[in-house]
Design a protein around this ligand. Sequence first.
Ligand code: PEP
Length: 239
Amino acid sequence: MKLICANFKMNLLKNDIINYLNTINEKIPKENVVFFPNELYISYFKDKNYLVGSQNIAHLEHGSLTGETSVLELKEFGISYTIIGHSERREFFNDNKYISKKVELALKNNIKIVLCVGETFEEYNKNQTFEVIKKELNEALSNNINYLNNTNLIIAYEPIWAIGTSKIPTNECIENTISFIKDYLKTEFNLDIKVLYGGSVNNQNIATLEMIKNIDGYLVGGASLDANNFLTLIDNIKN
Ligand code: PEP
């Protein structure tokens, strides 16, 4: 069954969330769709028994980290997933430095990780995609190998230049990169891991993306923000 992750980022206010939940009105599957709302609204989704995750966790379990939220606190509100390494966090919050520690804390607390990896447009043009991803995987996983298994880690291949831009790589390119990630995780870490694609997935391109054979699901940003739009997207994804 394909895994579909809806990353709301810092969008939708309280009333929008209430309306969203009324619109989806139990029409969204509860076993393979995970919502990542702003953490203030996690409980709204959890109360309706949807799968829910956080967009981030702090790199410490507790302590003096003003403005951050610990995996322990998020767990109390019912998250079962967390995104780690989103390019926006890497760019604006210096997350490259903390990814290994965040991965460790999520794994120790039985929270599934959606680890984002992907290249900039410049790196893509220089054919450095595999090199960049290899480095990101090593940085996140090398110190955590003892805790990893085939189900507690999911990779989201997100070319940075495709996020929020309506541009996406060709199917061939996505398929090759997903194969590379799966092969690398198998040979280096002995893991069989699900790999999602993320970056401008929408109702216009989903039929094309669905032709990719090795894709295990999607990480969706903008196209998940409108409930009706997201319901249509889910209907267009074959399991
Ligand atoms: C994202 O930010 O993870 C994402 C996939 O965004 P969008 O779908 O809007 O490109």
